[in-house]
Ligand binder design. Structure first.
Ligand SMILES: [Zn+2]
Length: 294
């Protein structure tokens, strides 16, 4: 179905999916939320979970919708003036979440200055009506949401003054592939806009977001990442597991990918990134060597 820009829709549109978040928290409740464990806005699953006191997230699997964490007055004014749409207050004073439908998907996750963020494909935002860890309530859960349909260029143009500078030039890190058996984390995480010191990149965690703007650290030489919010991390497989919702970011610790979870990650890695069995064998050898030296 072709959609024209300038029109509006609401959360009942199939672009939007909902995921269960822990009560008064921002972390997903269920494994596999990016693939299976996501639900329609008005589904019984979500209605019941919210009634029982759970939080929920709005999730955009296909990059045909996005959420803008607009934490500053300047960003809010720019969006109100140029692309007025449905927004709701988040748990922090003066912070707003703007919601758009994108007519030419996918829109990806794009960091903005001062910790602001465009959350596109596979990103999620805590939904209105949820409870912030500080006790504040996110907006109001209403039935009518006039969400504007726009192109990604319109959004990027409106937010251009707030783009992190290196992002404008689409600077991507040079990866030394000699040490990378298969995929580099730089292939999986959009590092444009991350600050970097040598091989060490720091920026906002694209899966669960960031209040500081720098809670994810990626070392592209060692091909490892670390999340400061959860004191967790790992290499490529752990990153895929977290971004696919197979494990929570907090659970990304050495040895966590065992049994079912391990095979689930390998299956995704094969389907999405063409990982072959021989490569797995090589990686496992490499990883056990790596473990021994730690
Ligand atoms: Zn984390």
């Amino acid at each position: 179905m072709k959609q024209e820009t300038g029109h509006t829709l609401d959360f009942n549109d199939t672009k939007f999916r909902c995921i269960k978040l822990l009560p008064a928290r921002k972390e997903p409740l269920e494994r596999g939320w990016t693939t299976e464990r996501n639900y329609a806005f008005s589904s019984q699953e979500i209605e019941e979970w919210v009634r029982k006191g759970g939080n929920y997230g709005l999730f955009c699997p296909n990059g045909d919708c996005c959420f803008v964490d607009a934490d500053t007055k300047e960003i809010q004014t720019a969006l109100d003036d140029r692309l007025p749409t449905y927004w709701y207050s988040t748990g922090r004073e003066g912070h707003r979440q703007y919601v758009y439908a994108i007519s030419n998907p996918p829109i990806r996750n794009i960091p903005l200055k001062d910790g602001a963020y465009i959350k596109g494909q596979n990103g999620y935002a805590v939904g209105p009506g949820s409870i912030h860890p500080n006790g504040a309530i996110y907006g109001l859960r209403k039935s009518e949401y006039p969400i504007k349909i726009i192109t990604k260029e319109e959004l990027i143009e409106a937010l251009r003054p707030f783009m992190v500078r290196s992002n404008e030039k689409k600077e991507r890190p040079q990866v030394n592939r000699k040490n990378t058996a298969w995929l580099s984390l730089a292939d999986l995480i959009d590092l444009a806009g991350f600050r970097h010191f040598g091989n060490q990149y720091q920026g906002p965690h694209p899966i669960h977001g960031s209040e500081t703007g720098i809670n994810l650290s990626v070392d592209i030489e060692k091909n490892v990442w670390h999340c400061f919010r959860h004191d967790s991390g790992g290499s490529v497989l752990e990153w895929i597991a977290v971004s696919e919702g197979i494990i929570d970011c907090a659970d990304a610790v050495p040895g966590t990918l065992r049994g079912d979870k391990f095979w689930e990650v390998l299956e995704v890695a094969n389907r999405k990134y063409g990982l072959a069995t021989e490569t797995v064998a090589k990686m496992l050898k490499g990883e056990s060597k790596h473990d021994a030296t730690r």
